[in-house]
Design a protein around this ligand. Structure first.
Ligand code: ADP
Length: 290
């Protein structure tokens, strides 16, 4: 079971959003990272078959997805950044509708909808129309839908932004439980979640792949480049990129800095995180080998 992308490009007018991507994705959890505008949402939408590429091919288990999108659609769930439903449908009706679109039989679709609502603490809202849902409730509904399906491909665009810790942990848990049997692609800026669950990282920059590696190999590239400094006041000038800052007591400040070498005397080398590794990658125009 794999999803293979070859020579994939997408142009919006004169703007190249994706350029000649080549990638094979296998079961497991893939973290799709990159700065704003690097092409993450465009790639997810193309994989979700809601957007056509300008050139290139996508194969799912050896079948051409662009010519025959229905097969992948039946086996996939996609949660876009702004998860939205038809405002006149109730939450229950909408979940059943989504499952039926994937070819799930009505009885199973109703059972999955009930389970999704219960899991997310939305059982009392089952009969409310989506038009009355807040964005946060819609997002919870979307997560409930994702965790209640057995889709073999799960595409999530910023699924945890703004989500409460309970819902976040529920999603991570559900994804980890089924990670061996399906391909999950998550695009997020919440690196803490990704660091815990991703098997592989695909990093985009300006529409190209800047790195594709196992999570550990990707993070390892930043070893020896991440430093912690303790200071009384924020330094006027500091080499490198600050990835975290924390107040310690009243006076002292602890900064985490990514830099090729000790940014100032007394800096302590620390174990890199995924966020540090992303910063280290962004500091290299030509990408880094993993
Ligand atoms: P990301 O998800 O990494 O922030 P996007 O895939 O949204 O990046 O965007 C990639 C590039 O394509 C950006 O430069 C963005 O401005 C451009 N882009 C995205 N959608 C459109 C659109 N509908 N029309 C024109 N340009 C777009």
């Amino acid at each position: 079971m794999n999803l293979t992308i070859a020579g994939l490009s997408k142009r919006y007018g004169s703007k190249a959003a994706l350029q000649d991507l080549n990638l094979t994705l296998e079961p497991g959890i893939v973290g799709l990272v990159g700065p704003n505008g690097s092409g993450k949402t465009t790639l997810l939408r193309i994989l979700a078959t809601t957007l056509a590429p300008s050139t290139g091919t996508i194969n799912w288990d050896g079948r051409d997805v662009i010519r025959d999108p229905d097969r992948l659609r039946r086996e996939m769930v996609y949660m876009p950044q702004q998860f939205a439903g038809y405002p006149h449908l109730t939450a229950f009706e909408f979940l059943v509708y989504l499952a039926e679109l994937r070819g799930v039989a009505r009885g199973d679709a109703r059972r999955a909808a009930t389970q999704a609502l219960e899991t997310m603490g939305l059982a009392g809202d089952a009969k409310r129309q989506l038009g009355a849902f807040t964005p946060g409730m819609l997002q919870r509904l979307g997560i409930g839908y994702v965790v209640s399906t057995d889709a073999r491909v799960v595409l999530l665009d910023e699924p945890t932004a703004g989500l409460d810790p309970f819902a976040r942990s529920l999603l991570c848990d559900a994804l980890l439980r089924t990670a061996r049997e399906r391909l999950v692609v998550i695009c997020t800026h919440i690196f803490d979640d990704l660091e815990l669950i991703a098997d592989r990282i695909v990093a985009l920059r300006s529409g190209r792949i800047a790195a594709h590696a196992t999570r550990d190999a990707f993070i390892e590239r930043a070893r020896g480049r991440v430093w912690e400094i303790e200071t009384d006041a924020y330094p006027d000038a500091l080499d490198g990129r600050v990835t975290a800052q924390r107040r310690e007591g009243d006076r002292s400040l602890r900064l985490r800095v990514v830099h090729a070498f000790e940014p100032q005397p007394g800096a302590r080398a620390v174990t890199p995180s995924l966020q540090d590794a992303c910063a280290w990658l962004e500091m290299h125009e030509d990408g880094i080998a993993c």
